[in-house]
Design a protein around this ligand. Structure first.
Ligand code: AMP
Length: 132
């Protein structure tokens, strides 16, 4: 894995949904059509800072291909999910001592607002449990 590779060559299954759904904000960030502060990019995933950070470290890690939920990603492209988790750890190692909370909101009822799977990497402060 490198930090700045070219276009995806995943070798995994086709992503669900429209590959270029015009309402997919994160596909537009991945394509460079919308600005973002990108902290990692490779052939499978892109990581960028959340525009409304909820912690000193708040990075979103997203697959280049469109899947709605983490379960869908796990079923269709497990290597991409594994890479996403690896990158989350790398971000945390670099920015907050390696400890982090990794959140996948799956469905609007629990707070998913962008229907392109993304892991929230949160760190740099204490967290309570249970979450709100
Ligand atoms: P969720 O509510 O789990 O779907 O998370 C979506 C996240 O995307 C929120 O934390 C938003 O703050 C974040 N977000 C929305 N638009 C952007 C953007 N243009 N760049 C970076 N983060 C964004």
């Amino acid at each position: 894995m490198t930090d700045q590779d070219g276009p995806p060559e995943t070798g995994e299954g086709e992503a669900s949904g429209a590959a270029r759904a015009p309402d997919d904000l994160f596909l537009r960030i991945v394509a460079g059509e919308l600005p973002a502060t990108i902290v990692h990019s490779d052939e499978l995933v892109v990581a960028f800072r959340d525009v409304a950070p909820q912690a000193p470290v708040h990075v979103l890690v997203v697959p280049r291909e469109r899947y709605e939920t983490v379960a869908e990603l796990a079923a269709a492209a497990p290597a991409t999910l594994a890479r996403l988790v690896e990158v989350a750890q790398r971000v945390a190692d670099a920015e907050c001592g390696g400890q982090f909370r990794l959140v996948f909101n799956s469905g609007p009822a629990v707070g998913q607002s962008v229907m392109h799977v993304h892991g929230h990497v949160l760190g740099g402060r204490g967290f309570t449990w249970p979450p709100g």
